[in-house]
Design a protein around this ligand. Structure first.
Ligand SMILES: [Zn+2]
Length: 231
């Protein structure tokens, strides 16, 4: 079942390691088959070395029950499911503990848009969520993490695919995209722009970028009249 999606999701998980944004068993990637209402996600606590598509776990979008797989799904599965349920345009989700993005999450600050690298992929600051309440943590931590992410996206009136990631306060990044590979790509880019922003703020805590430069860079790649690349 879902062999192609399992291959895509497995490859996307391994890409996280190849790009240096996860160590040990940290991090997880999923992808969804909207027609079947099923997601494919990394197993919980299984090492990346030697991981194959056969190790991926198939989970029902609505119930969260395992539909197929020999392992338990990632402990963050309920966060992934909530994002897929709330935002139909999302096709893949990635979670990492990449260091520079986490520095902002632990500081409780958005990753500000300070340059064109950021603007090429994230149309505006990458939001930091509010902290979860004690009750949210104790009741259903992973589901409530997804709810707090959705709450932040809605409050800030963000198009999820225009700002394809967020940092959860005191925790770290969740990114998404049209598929699993795109969500990993955004996780890698987020870590890179977080490092750039951190260094920029060290040199000049008042650094900014003009909105018209942000607009130009985002729109030439993603707007209705995009002209970047060969497509
Ligand atoms: Zn985590």
């Amino acid at each position: 079942m879902l062999e192609k999606l399992k291959e895509e999701v497995c490859a996307a998980n391994l890409e996280l390691v190849a790009r240096g944004v996860v160590i040990y068993t940290w991090g997880n990637v999923s992808g969804i088959d909207r027609e079947k209402g099923l997601i494919v996600i990394k197993p919980s606590g299984v090492d990346y070395s030697g991981m194959t598509p056969d190790d991926m776990v198939v989970v029902d979008l609505q119930t969260g029950n395992v539909a197929e797989g020999k392992w338990k799904p990632s402990s963050d599965t309920r966060t992934h499911l909530e994002l897929y349920r709330r935002f139909p345009e999302i096709g893949g989700v990635t979670h990492t503990h990449s260091v520079n993005a986490i520095a902002f999450a632990q500081a409780g600050k958005d990753i500000p848009a300070l340059g064109t690298t950021h603007a090429d992929y994230f149309y505006g600051p990458i939001p930091c969520t509010r902290p979860l309440t004690q009750q949210e943590v104790e009741d259903d931590y992973e589901l409530n993490t997804g709810r707090v992410i959705a709450e932040t996206i809605l409050e800030r009136q963000i198009e999820p695919l225009s700002v394809p990631g967020i940092i959860v306060r005191n925790h770290g990044p969740f990114t998404w995209g049209k598929d699993a590979a795109a969500s990993v790509y955004h996780a890698v880019v987020m870590e890179q722009v977080a490092e750039m922003a951190l260094k920029t703020l060290l040199l000049n805590p008042d650094a900014t970028i003009d909105q018209y430069v942000l607009d130009k860079h985002y729109m030439r790649k993603h707007g209705p009249k995009a002209y970047y690349g060969q497509g």
